[in-house]
Design a protein around this ligand. Structure first.
Ligand SMILES: NC(=O)c1ccc[n+]([C@@H]2O[C@H](COP(=O)([O-])OP(=O)(O)OC[C@H]3O[C@@H](n4cnc5c(N)ncnc54)[C@H](OP(=O)(O)O)[C@@H]3O)[C@@H](O)[C@H]2O)c1
Length: 319
């Protein structure tokens, strides 16, 4: 079988925070997003050539997918790519919970195929991975990837797909200056050697690494990200100051440099864009060049911050 493997873009767009839109939710990010504001984000992204959108059923329990589908329907389907996920913890009780969750995502997104479909986490690799095979064969899913898997779980998923002539075509893990476990566990090297794109999520640590938040101006009160990060903001100052200073030499801002770092490390960052200015940042990030010294200095300051930003849903990557 000849396979047309996934071609990864330089940067992808994340929409977890979009799940906070609507009456019920401003809980995770506390960002108070409106459809009109997000339409502007999408318009600028589209015009700037950023067309791969990452979402998941569980982002706002359908709200992120519904809003994304609503906003993207003005563009030709061939002009953008959709990435969404099967989340084992939200599986239904039918014969094929993966196919069922996919059908619901397709309906919310207003489409009949997903470009890149993920198993969201390694809850039971042997159980869930085989369910991807019929979805690939039917064409409802063009490419598949695994998220939050460690190296041995990735290899197991790859073996299962390999027996049917497919393979893991993308990895999606938490990877930022502050959280380099996938690099330390050899997953970045594995991806490079196998030619598998590595998508880095939470490169900006949900805003904590942008330099825009500080003890005087913390992340939105009552949100989950405030609970996770506000206590560590004082330790991040030296690092965000360095991001600012490296950026100044290239007409760029701190978040642009943090994103450029992830690109320089060979990954495709998935950036959770909530404002149209964030798209300008992605454009600038793509043209920043970081020296080996810049990278070493940033990583040393990140280590010196001595914080652990592992998400509550993540396991250690070693093992
Ligand atoms: N597979 C998984 O388990 C998993 C887990 C987490 C995330 N993800 C994916 O990865 C994406 C990214 O993660 P994330 O959204 O949690 O966090 P993130 O990208 O690290 O940070 C997003 C936040 O940073 C701010 N921001 C974004 N772009 C900016 C820019 N250019 N300049 C300044 N501030 C900027 C926004 O905050 P304000 O609104 O406050 O400005 C935004 O809500 C998610 O949306 C999701 O698609 C996947």
């Amino acid at each position: 079988m000849t396979m047309d493997y996934l071609k990864a873009p330089t940067v992808a767009l994340g929409t977890w925070a979009w799940g906070d839109s609507g009456e019920t939710g401003d809980g995770y990010f506390g960002s108070r997003l409106t459809q009109a504001g997000l339409e502007e984000v999408a318009e600028k992204a589209h015009a700037s050539g950023f067309t791969l959108w990452d979402t998941a059923m569980v982002y706002g329990m359908g709200r992120s997918e519904t809003l994304l589908g609503e906003i993207l329907k003005r563009y030709a389907r061939s002009g953008y790519q959709l990435s969404t996920k099967f989340t084992p913890q939200a599986a239904g009780t039918g014969d094929d919970p993966v196919a069922d969750m996919l059908e619901q995502s397709l309906a919310r997104l207003g489409t009949d195929y997903i470009d890149l479909y993920w198993i969201h986490n390694p809850a039971d690799v042997a159980r869930w991975t085989p369910h991807l095979i019929p979805l690939l064969k039917s064409g409802k899913v063009k490419h598949v990837g695994v998220s939050n898997h460690n190296l041995s779980e990735i290899e197991l998923a790859n073996r299962i797909l390999g027996e049917a002539g497919f393979r893991v075509e993308a990895i999606q893990n938490h990877y930022s200056l502050l959280y380099r476990s996938s690099e330390q566990a050899g997953i970045l090297d594995y991806c490079r050697n196998q030619g598998i794109p590595f998508f880095a999520y939470m490169v900006l640590e949900q805003g904590a690494l942008t330099g825009n938040y500080s003890p005087e101006n913390p992340l939105p009160k009552g949100s989950s990200r405030a609970a996770a990060y506000n206590g560590m903001l004082p330790q991040l100052k030296a690092l965000t100051d360095m991001l600012v200073s490296i950026g100044q030499k290239q007409d760029a801002a701190a978040p642009d440099v943090a994103i450029a770092w992830a690109i320089a490390k060979g990954t495709t960052p998935i950036i959770g864009v909530t404002k149209s200015d964030h798209v300008d940042s992605l454009v600038r990030a793509g043209s920043i060049s970081l020296t080996g010294d810049d990278i070493a200095e940033l990583e040393a300051l990140a280590d010196a911050a001595d914080v652990n930003t592992r998400g509550w849903w993540e396991k250690e990557m070693q093992g």
